[in-house]
Design a protein around this ligand. Sequence first.
Ligand code: ZN
Length: 144
Amino acid sequence: MGKKREVDDRFKKFGTVSFASTTKVNDFVSHLDEGKVTGTRCKDCGAMFFPPRADCYKCLTSNMEWFDVSGTGKLVSYSKLEYAPVGFEGDLPYSIALLDYGEYKVFGRLANDLSSEEVEVGMTMKTVVNELPNGQKNYVFEKA
Ligand SMILES: [Zn+2]
């Protein structure tokens, strides 16, 4: 790596920061390659974020560390998509879903091999890394 880049923290002057520096959260993709789904935790207040954030909006600090999304979560909600955003048409149909891990929530997709009869709100699920036919990685929710 080259010289350390100066952190542009002008956004801290705003109350709530919804700005995430992509360079700092690109490790998320490397972690997927290692078979891990990760979020970030604020070292100052302990708040956990998924998707990972480079800054804590509560403390306005960048004092963050990675954690593994492990164990199980509860399915809060899901929805089968018949229409997809541009770029995702080839994936249809698929279901987006939200898992509640207690301290944080994970938004993602249900595994494609789950039938709708198998899925119900409140069920226990886990987040796993999934390899796509083109070699890219994403993550999906499976029955725990
Ligand atoms: Zn914090």
